[in-house]
Design a protein around this ligand. Structure first.
Ligand code: NAP
Length: 251
């Protein structure tokens, strides 16, 4: 896969899967825009690690609708075009219906849908305007195994990712005539801060057992699928959802 001189924007690229994806695109010749929300130190470290030239940081909170417009405008102003958008930024939180009070419950739905679903819809809106004007583009959205198998203690997370799959497939149908291709990667348990923060050692052990590989995904393995969907030749795969879950949940 060759991404020489492709202009790639990755949301939530300071850490985890987004960072691995930024490294993988940069290693194949792309200029990468690293979006992040708060953690400037991590974003600066990621920027310094990227091979090649011309990478930049874009600090915007994609859950704020005005920020999605500014993010895409700034990117296009900096690079002249947007070839590939990876909507990777995402959050999770435990809010089991039989364990939390109503305020915690409603806040979890608002926050998680705001970042994992509405933010992607809004970022896509502005990206698509730019891509139509330039004659095409590619979008890859990062979903989750949780979209398919249920997330008992993080129901808003599972629902946000199921809705993200639907959004992506709707856009794939609507945008193919504009030469804009939309794919989804649905990782299982992946070795990032999100996985580390969310789990007790016991929960972690149980999750590892779900895969016959008896391990988590490496962020690089998720990045590999993202690059495939963004690559030349993957156009007819538009609308697909690639599972990267170590055969832990087969559908
Ligand atoms: P992570 O290690 O927690 O990193 C999250 C990244 O998203 C950070 O760069 C963070 O920026 C950024 N971010 C969060 N909210 C943002 C916002 N509102 N605006 C801009 N940036 C924002 O996460 P990860 O594990 O790599 O997860 C990446 C994606 O994969 C998510 O969509 C997640 O749902 C999905 N996923 C993860 C797993 C897993 O087991 N890890 C499994 C399935 C799916 P700051 O550094 O500034 O905070």
């Amino acid at each position: 896969m060759d991404f020489k001189n492709k202009k790639v924007l990755i949301t939530g690229a300071s850490r985890g899967i987004g960072k691995a994806t930024a490294l993988a695109f940069a290693a194949k010749g792309a200029q990468v825009g690293i979006n992040f929300r708060n953690n400037r130190e991590a974003a600066e470290r990621t920027l310094a690690e990227l091979p090649g030239e011309g990478h930049r940081l874009f600090q915007y909170d994609v859950s704020v609708k005005e920020d999605t417009k500014s993010l895409i405008e700034d990117f296009v102003q900096a690079y002249g075009k947007l070839d590939i958008l990876v909507n990777n930024a995402g959050i999770g939180a435990f809010h089991a219906i039989d364990e939390v009070d109503f305020n915690t419950w409603t806040q979890a739905w608002e926050d998680i849908l705001g970042t994992n679903l509405t933010a992607v819809a809004n970022t896509c809106y502005w990206a698509v305007q730019a891509m139509i004007a330039q004659g095409g583009g590619r979008i890859v959205n990062v979903s989750s195994r949780g979209a398919f198998r249920g997330e008992p203690v993080q129901p808003a997370y599972g629902a946000s990712k199921a809705a993200l799959n639907s959004l992506s497939q709707s856009l794939a149908k609507q945008l193919a005539p504009h030469h804009i291709y939309v794919g989804v990667v649905a990782p299982g348990f992946t070795d990032t801060d999100m996985a580390a923060e969310a789990l007790t050692p016991k929960e972690r052990e149980n999750l590892l057992r779900e895969s016959p590989f008896q391990r988590m995904a490496k962020p690089e393995e998720v990045a590999h699928a993202i690059l495939f969907l963004a690559s030349e030749g993957a156009e007819y795969s538009s609308g697909t959802i690639i599972d990267v879950n170590g055969a832990s949940y087969l559908r």
